[in-house]
Design a binder for this molecule. Structure first.
Ligand code: ADP
Ligand code: GN1
Ligand code: MG
Length: 365
């Protein structure tokens, strides 16, 4: 589907003339475009996103979350002498002051962000230093929001990291077996079912209050953080759709899931997919140096397990989507979700073996 971006852009506080607007980035959820504009002879770029309205049904409240968090962060960044346009995701509002524009013609919800310049969102770890810096970025982001009133946030995807609920959803997909694919993936199904005991651990620690509930990002993969193109230092954390209450073990674990490995999330050759404990060490060092004393003992004790849990949960989600007929994650080939599931389960197996070593590393920092 193509959209009338000239018309869409005119509804935002964007004064330049649109030069081009092309698909951009590798996100699995929204449709992202890079809009290049000309403002009196000067090139000014924006990110335009068509929000996934199938998933985010209440766009108004989703965008209110993002408005609250980005405005809060911008003030904090300004107060410490930083550049909020670069160090925070920054919404461009519509002419009537809204955080999104509804385009009747395409029945689409669009938002605009200031383009973060001279920075890169890496698709995989190219240098261990980048992974370390991404950890610092997510750790700082957690600190920035430490005093933010979490009750103001709407749960944009209920039970997002409630792994027990994810298991119930998985079982429902398996039972429905809409595409008749279950018979070909018995090994993967058994993998999920044999580890059901993982599902309740963090959920129950949060429920009992033993582990603090915090404002968390919940989708901390490497391509949701921008690093300086020259120095590799952290610039900004992006993709704030899933900012909600949660556990820091989710944020830590999801970064490890995506980054501690040199292969793509959808790599078909599993011999290339290996959990890299050196990268785990880098991330733990960066994250724990940034969050410092604010991490409690129960949280620290569960960071390594949280890495296994997030990888297992994500694999389970990919497999459920494969069974459902690929309705959630954007795919580029038929078996993409199954391939993604297999990389996650290979990593889970590696991490299960490495768990004692992972725990030692956490203790070291
Ligand atoms: P999704 O929810 O689909 O993952 P993201 O918000 O993560 O969408 O955006 C997809 C990609 O677009 C990011 O990985 C990044 O490369 C790029 N991107 C998003 N926002 C910005 C921004 N403000 N400045 C520069 N690049 C951005
Ligand atoms: C999705 O939006 P994106 O591509 O950054 C997903 C994450 C998964 C990830 C797997 C809202 O992240 O939960 O871990 O894909 N985001 C949502 O790559 O479901
Ligand atoms: Mg993203």
């Amino acid at each position: 589907m193509t959209y009338d971006f000239n018309k869409i852009i005119k509804n935002f506080k964007i004064s330049g003339k649109l030069i081009s607007c092309e698909r951009y980035g590798e996100g699995h959820i929204n449709e992202t475009y890079l809009a290049i504009t000309d403002e009196n002879g000067k090139r000014v770029d924006y990110i335009i996103q068509k929000i996934n309205n199938k998933l985010f049904k209440d766009v108004e409240r989703l965008m209110e979350n993002i408005r609250l968090v980005t405005e809060y962060n911008r003030e904090k960044i300004k107060a410490r002498g930083g550049n909020p346009d670069r160090e925070s995701l920054t919404l461009v509002y519509t002419n009537d002051g809204k955080a999104y524009y509804y385009d009747q013609e395409s029945d689409g919800y669009f938002r605009a962000y200031v383009f973060i310049t001279d920075a890169i969102a890496y698709q995989k770890v190219e240098k261990p230093e980048h992974f370390y810096q991404s950890a610092v970025a997510f750790g700082n982001f957690a600190n920035l929001l430490a005093e933010f009133d979490a009750t103001k946030l709407y749960e944009s995807i209920p039970d997002f990291h409630n792994t027990e609920k994810r298991m119930r959803d998985f079982k429902a997909s398996l039972k429905a077996d809409k595409m008749g694919r279950a018979k070909d993936v018995q090994k993967e199904i058994d993998f999920v079912l044999s580890r059901e005991k993982y599902c309740g651990r963090i959920v129950n620690l949060l429920k009992s209050g033993e582990m603090p509930t915090k404002v968390t990002h919940n989708d901390t993969k490497l391509n949701n953080v921008m690093l300086d193109a020259v120095t590799g230092e952290p610039v900004a954390v992006i993709d704030l759709d899933t900012i909600m209450q949660g556990s820091i073990c989710y944020d830590f674990g999801d970064s490890i899931r995506f980054g501690c490995n040199h292969a793509d999330e959808g790599e078909q050759d599993l011999s290339k997919v290996n959990f890299d404990i050196e990268l785990f060490d880098q991330y733990a060092k960066g994250y724990l140096s940034a969050v410092g004393e604010s991490a409690t003992k129960v949280e620290r004790d569960n960071l390594a397990f949280g890495s296994i849990l997030m990888t297992y949960e994500c694999g389970m989600r990919f497999l459920a989507d494969y069974l459902d007929g690929d309705v959630y994650f954007r795919i580029k080939r038929e078996s993409h979700n199954l391939d993604r599931c297999r990389t996650q389960f290979k990593l889970v197996e590696d991490m299960e073996k490495a768990l004692p070593e992972m725990e030692k590393i956490i203790a070291k920092y």
